[in-house]
Design a protein around this ligand. Structure first.
Ligand code: BT5
Length: 325
């Protein structure tokens, strides 16, 4: 059940060319005029520009580029992903919070999201930095009936959903770097962190975390990552609607996920490979045990593992590593 505020926003979005009177909104939603006024004020404080003309009513002039819970939920075209949305003005780590929620039984599709994440983390306890209000940090709970060895495929599905969404919303073409990076011109714009909760050999939950650089300027990033990080704003010179990006990612993620469950990984595999920057190139794979393998990246296998051919012609299956091209 949508909140009254979301219903008002929905009405305003659907009627961009006319003023909706307070009375009309009350009649449709069955609430008081004071309640309408209060919700309009709330929407304004969240960055929505609303024209209010006496005797005519309210008209939406523009929506904010900042992340907005109402804007994400209104018009979200998914059945499950993101429909249970938990929005934080600020939080330590969405991933950590989502781990707890998943343990407590939060349903498939639950999304925890913020644009102010203070102690974000990457793989192996690394840090994920996010300039306040300029990016998106979100963690999604999936409860797939899949064997543990297939879970890494979900990172690749997430990566395909992200590149599709970024291209659709901004026109920018992105590259995927196995396994979890989305790059533009060699710099990272999105990092994905996939973690799972298991019971014996059963997967109980998978938590897919995504950190995205959207409206940050180069100097907003800490100095030590400026040479590796970029943002949509840096690339296009303008700010982007973060809520629309989230909606679009969730839409593609759900579509790809359902196709994957029905048809298997091969459908994702070719989409992924067609955007993968490392395939066909000579790479160093820095394994997490400290070993470095060098050779030709041949592709990914049916599990999503990277296939590397070394100089002796042996093929190595790599499940987890940092790739240097
Ligand atoms: C990742 O790890 O790329 C996964 C990042 C996942 C972050 C999300 S945000 C929502 C959710 N909540 C969390 O707490 N985490 C997840 P990894 O491949 O280990 O890369 C980490 C490295 O990327 C760091 O060591 C830096 O070098 C670099 N880095 C950190 N912040 C960055 C940023 N904003 N943009 C680009 N690179 C960054």
């Amino acid at each position: 059940m949508k909140k009254t505020k979301h219903k008002i926003l929905d009405m305003l979005l659907k009627h961009p060319d006319i003023h909706l009177s307070g009375q009309k909104i009350c009649d449709v939603l069955g609430c008081s005029r004071t309640a309408v006024w209060k919700h309009i004020k709330e929407l304004e404080s969240e960055g929505f520009k609303i024209e209010a003309i006496q005797k005519k009513g309210y008209r939406l002039l523009s929506t904010p580029n900042e992340l907005s819970e109402a804007r994400i939920l209104v018009g979200l075209k998914t059945k499950e992903l993101g429909q249970h949305l938990i929005y934080f003005d600020s939080i330590g780590s969405t991933q950590k919070e989502t781990q707890h929620l998943a343990e407590d039984g939060a349903p498939h599709g639950t999304l925890v999201i913020t644009s102010h994440q203070m102690t974000g983390r990457g793989r192996l306890g690394r840090t994920w930095s996010m300039p306040k209000g300029k990016g998106i940090a979100m963690s999604l709970i999936l409860r797939p009936k899949l064997s543990i060895n297939r879970i890494p495929q979900l990172t690749l599905i997430a990566a395909v959903a992200v590149y599709k969404a970024i291209t659709e919303v901004t026109g920018i073409q992105t590259d995927i770097k196995w396994p979890n990076d989305i790059l533009v011109m060699g710099k990272k714009i999105v990092g994905i962190l996939t973690e799972m909760q298991t019971e014996g050999t059963n997967v109980k939950a998978v938590i897919i975390g995504m950190g995205m650089n959207i409206n940050a300027n180069k100097n907003d990033f800490p100095e030590e990552i400026r040479h590796v990080a970029t943002s949509l704003k840096t690339l296009t010179g303008k700010e982007h609607d973060m809520s629309l990006i989230v909606q679009t990612i969730l839409f593609y993620f759900e579509e790809l996920y359902l196709r994957y469950l029905e048809e298997g990984f091969s459908v994702i595999k070719w989409m992924w490979e067609s955007h993968a920057v490392s395939i066909g190139k000579r790479i160093n794979a820095r394994l997490f045990n400290g070993k470095v393998l060098t050779g030709l990246a041949k592709g990914i296998d049916e599990e999503g593992a990277l296939l590397l051919e070394d100089d002796q012609g042996s093929i190595h299956k790599i499940y987890s590593a940092d790739i240097e091209i």
